[in-house]
Ligand binder design. Structure first.
Ligand code: ADP
Length: 439
């Protein structure tokens, strides 16, 4: 970048102005007139430059118009800075040819998009995979190049922690996975993979678990029926037989719960990518769940703390199952009152289930949502737990772009919080908020 002093930059202009001054003085021998000519020449020249400068600012794509003086250097630098800002991708690619070369020879599809999400560059593999020609697509938004509503939303949200799977159609099986990473000043490097086979295998696994669970239901119902018949026929005095039948009944009931949770989990997984947009009256839903559980646990206290009437867009049946699982856990693992709350936070509305139970050691918290992970196995089984409750909650959270937070202190209690993003909020028309209340 050029940073010489003002007098050096303007030396040529001063030189010509001095020449004009000298010529006028030689001709007229009038110092005042010569000085006036000198000042007028400098003012006219700078004014002319200033006018051009303003015109250039209005049309930044053009080259700086002023030549013939050192100011051109400064303007050139300003121009380079401005173009770097408006076309960061192009500049990054140009200034990092080695990167471009290595990406070009990759077998994986790679694209570079700028801060506006527009295509700046892509390699041959990307052209092949997306069936595009770079010359035709250059500068277009990536969501037009590889269409998909979810891709648009994903790019808008700028949360690139998890890769995104898109089925761009018309082939319903064809599945692409997009992985974004930041690159250069404001660009994104995007890797695209064909994950059709992987997606198919995952779907087959889900279907298999779903089908097996479904198939197990009928024989279990039959076994349960026989156990009930045997229980009614068993002699009151035959305590050994009665105990065995009682234990069989408990295990069959446990298997039924397990199957129903597995089926539900596989159903939630199979619709995970789908947008859930029903307007949910959370206050009504929470009090409904509270009522249902109070009927099953009549001796327990479930407090409902509502400080907002914000409705959210989602799936009522999934949200109900998540709230239900959290509340049942709180009731199962604690003895005191349980608080269910719905409140606004800076990042979005939050649902919280708080208990005063035994709490959970922090080393277990990251693994709680794994299937069949239990902190205290015997307690979970004694309370009829399947080990799938929090896995269900996690899936519901993911499909609603919500985050699950767990705060727990051993001996004091736990708080499970689902925080929904603000763009899932569907505000009432008058924007009125319910007063804070505890039910
Ligand atoms: P489970 O059916 O065993 O309750 P979950 O997936 O719902 O399975 O929970 C996983 C484990 O997390 C439980 O086994 C339990 O050890 C622990 N846990 C869940 N909720 C609570 C809670 N409110 N207080 C203490 N521990 C909990």
């Amino acid at each position: 970048m050029i940073t010489p002093s003002f007098f050096v930059l303007e030396s040529r202009r001063f030189f010509f102005a001095a020449l004009g001054f000298g010529a006028t003085w030689l001709l007229t021998e009038d110092v005042t007139l010569s000085l006036t000519v000198l000042a007028a020449a400098l003012a006219a020249s700078w004014g002319w430059q200033l006018a051009k400068l303003y015109r250039w600012f209005a049309q930044p794509e053009e080259l700086p118009p002023i030549g013939g003086s050192g100011v051109r250097g400064i303007l050139h630098d300003v121009y380079v800075l401005r173009s770097r800002e408006s076309q960061p991708g192009a500049r990054s690619v140009r200034t990092q040819p080695y990167l471009k070369d290595s990406l070009a020879s990759m077998r994986d599809a790679a694209l570079i998009i700028n801060s506006d999400g527009r295509l700046v560059w892509c390699n041959d593999a990307a052209e092949y995979l997306l069936s595009i020609r770079f010359e035709e697509e250059e500068g277009k938004p990536l969501s037009d190049v590889a269409p998909g509503k979810s891709l648009k939303r994903y790019m808008r949200d700028e949360n690139f922690q998890k890769p995104l799977r898109v089925k761009p159609g018309p082939d319903p099986e064809f599945c692409l996975q997009f992985e974004f990473s930041r690159f250069g000043a404001n660009d994104r490097l995007v890797f695209v993979k064909d994950v059709t086979e992987q997606d198919k295998l995952e779907r087959m696994r889900r279907d298999f678990v779903g089908n097996v669970s479904h198939e197990l239901r009928t024989p279990l119902t039959v076994i349960k029926g026989y156990i009930e018949t045997l229980q009614s026929l068993a002699d009151e005095s035959d305590t050994t037989l009665r105990k065995s039948l009682g234990s069989m009944d408990t295990q069959v009931s446990r298997m039924e719960r397990l199957i129903s949770d597995l089926l539900w989990l596989s159903r939630i997984e199979s619709v995970e990518g789908e947008r859930k947009d029903d307007e949910i009256d959370m206050v009504a839903l929470l009090s409904d769940v509270q009522e249902g559980l109070l009927a099953a646990w009549p001796n327990r206290e479930i407090r409902l703390n509502v400080s907002t009437d914000q409705r959210i867009l989602g799936s009522a049946i999934e949200l109900r199952s998540a709230i239900d699982n959290l509340l049942v856990n709180a009731l199962k693992y604690s003895e005191g009152p349980v608080t269910l709350s719905w409140a606004e936070t800076v990042v979005g509305p939050a649902l919280a289930v708080e208990d005063t139970g035994p709490g959970i050691e922090s080393k277990h918290i990251p693994r709680l949502t794994e299937r069949f992970y239990r902190v205290d196995k015997s307690r979970s089984q004694a309370t009829g737990g399947t080990g799938l409750g929090l896995a269900i909650v996690k899936h519901v959270a993911v499909s609603h772009e919500a985050k699950l937070f767990v705060d727990s202190e051993v001996g004091k209690g736990s708080c499970f919080r689902l925080v929904f993003p603000n763009d899932r909020v569907s505000m009432p028309l008058d924007g009125a908020h319910a007063p804070s209340m505890t039910i």
